[in-house]
Design a protein around this ligand. Structure first.
Ligand code: PLP
Length: 383
C-alpha cells in the first residue's frame, strides 16, 4: 500500500479536542474547554429553517450562497459598520473555518508564508500546513493587550510572506484591536504588500468598546474579512459563515468552494438570513451575560490571588498558572484528573501561553463558577 499524504497525516491536532476526548471518559467533569454557546439557537431562527425546508429550500445554491442572504449581509454590514459592499463581494461558506480555508487557498501558493498570531486559534496553523504553506507566528503579549506589535511583525515578515491573519476580538485572549492598531497594521501590510485575512467571528461580543472592522480602513483592497454565525447567534452546528473581499478575490473564493463543499447548506442559509435580518436582541443579551460571567469569574480568581487576563471581547479568559508544579506535565490533564475540570491548555494556542489555561465563559453560570472554584483549589494545593 502506498503511504498516506505525509503533509496531512502529520498535521498537529487541536489540544482542545484532545482534552474533550480525554475528559469524556471521566465522570462529573465540568467542561470549560469548548468554545461554543451553551444555549439553543433562538426560536425565530429555527422556525425560519423549518419553513424553508417545508417550502422546498432543500437544493444546492450558488457557490457564493443565496442572493437574498448575501443581500441581507450587505445591509447588516452597512447598518452595523457603515461598510458599503456589493453582493458580489460576499461569499457564504460552511462556517467561518471554510471561509478561512477557501481564502488561504485563493491567495497563497504552497511554500509561501502566512503570519499567524501566537497565541491564536489552533486551526490557523492546520489550515496553512494542510496546503503546504508556511505558518510564521507573531507574538501577542499581555503587556500590549494581546494585540500585534508592529516592531515584532517587522522581525517575522520576509519576502516570502503573502498574508497575515489577524483576529479581533481574539481567541483565546479576548484582545480587541483599536482604530490606531488597525491603521498601523494596514500600513505594515501595505509596506510589505501583504493580504490581511481578518477573522471577525466574535464581532458581536465586545464588552467596553465597539468592534471595528479593518475593512472600514482598507483603501487598497487588501483586506478579506471573515464573519460567522456560530458564536453570535449560537449556531455552531448549522455551519454558516461568510467572507467579504474585493470582487476579484471573492470570485476566486467562490470558485474554490466548488471542490470543497460546492455551497453551504441551503436550509442553514435560510436560518442565517433570519438571524442577520431580524432583531439582534439575542446578540446583545448574550454579550451582557458573557460580560457578567467574565466579571464574576475574574473576581473569584482575583480573590484567590490567581492572575487572569480580563478579556475585552469574545467569550474566553486566560489564566496564568506559572509556577504550578504537578506530576502531570500537561496542566490541563492534571486539572481534569485531580479536580474534574476540563480547560483548554495554553500550549495549543502557541508558545507564549504554555503556562496558561483558557476557560470558556459560554458555560452556564453555576457550572462556570464551580469550575473556577475547582481551579482555585487546585492552584492553592500546588503552589
Ligand atoms: N475563528 C475563530 C477565532 C474561532 O474561535 C472559531 C471557532 O471556534 C472559528 C473561526 C470558526 O467558526 P465557525 O464555527 O463559523 O467555523
Amino acid at each position: 500500500m502506498k503511504a498516506l499524504s505525509q503533509t496531512r497525516s502529520s498535521l498537529p491536532r487541536s489540544g482542545i479536542r484532545q482534552i474533550m476526548d480525554y475528559s469524556a471518559t471521566i465522570p462529573d467533569v465540568i467542561h470549560l474547554e469548548v468554545g461554543e454557546p451553551n444555549v439553543n439557537t433562538p426560536l425565530h431562527i429555527r422556525e425560519a429553517a423549518f419553513t424553508a425546508m417545508n417550502e422546498g429550500f432543500t437544493h444546492y445554491t450558488a457557490n457564493a450562497g443565496l442572493i437574498s442572504l448575501r443581500s441581507s449581509i450587505a445591509d447588516h454590514l452597512k447598518r452595523q459598520y457603515e461598510i458599503q459592499v456589493n453582493t458580489d463581494q460576499i461569499v457564504v461558506t460552511a462556517g467561518a473555518v471554510n471561509a478561512l480555508v477557501a481564502t488561504v487557498l485563493s491567495l497563497v501558493e504552497s511554500g509561501e508564508e502566512v503570519l499567524i498570531p501566537d497565541p491564536g486559534w489552533p486551526n490557523y496553523e492546520q489550515i496553512i500546513l494542510s496546503q503546504e504553506s508556511i505558518p510564521k507566528r507573531y507574538k501577542l503579549l499581555p503587556d500590549s493587550g494581546f494585540v500585534p506589535d508592529i516592531a515584532e511583525l517587522e522581525q517575522v515578515v520576509t519576502p516570502k510572506t503573502k498574508a497575515i491573519i489577524i483576529n479581533s476580538p481574539g481567541n483565546p485572549t479576548g484582545g480587541v484591536l483599536s482604530e490606531e492598531n488597525i491603521k498601523e497594521l494596514l500600513a505594515f501590510a501595505s509596506k510589505h504588500d501583504l493580504y490581511v485575512i481578518s477573522d471577525e467571528v466574535y464581532d458581536g461580543i465586545v464588552f467596553e468598546d465597539k468592534h471595528i472592522s479593518p475593512m472600514s480602513y482598507d483603501t487598497e483592497g487588501r483586506v478579506i474579512s471573515v464573519f460567522g454565525f456560530s458564536k453570535n447567534y449560537a449556531m455552531t452546528g448549522w455551519r454558516v459563515g461568510y467572507a467579504v473581499a474585493p470582487q476579484q478575490i471573492a470570485a476566486v473564493i467562490a470558485k474554490v468552494l466548488e471542490p470543497l463543499v460546492s455551497c453551504a447548506s441551503s436550509v442553514s442559509q435560510k436560518a442565517a438570513e433570519a438571524a442577520i435580518s431580524s432583531t439582534q436582541e439575542f446578540v446583545h443579551e448574550m454579550r451582557e451575560i458573557y460580560q457578567a460571567r467574565r466579571d464574576s469569574a475574574y473576581k473569584l480568581l482575583e480573590e484567590a490571588g490567581i492572575k487572569a487576563y480580563k478579556p475585552k471581547g469574545a467569550f474566553y479568559m486566560m489564566i496564568d498558572l506559572s509556577g504550578i508544579e504537578t506530576e502531570e506535565e500537561n496542566l490541563a490533564i492534571a486539572l481534569v484528573k485531580e479536580s474534574g475540570v476540563a480547560v483548554a491548555p495554553g500550549t495549543t494556542f502557541g508558545s507564549t501561553t504554555a503556562h496558561m489555561i483558557r476557560i470558556s465563559l459560554a458555560t452556564e453560570d453555576s457550572q462556570l463558577l464551580e469550575g473556577v472554584k475547582r481551579i482555585c483549589d487546585f492552584v492553592t494545593k500546588h503552589r
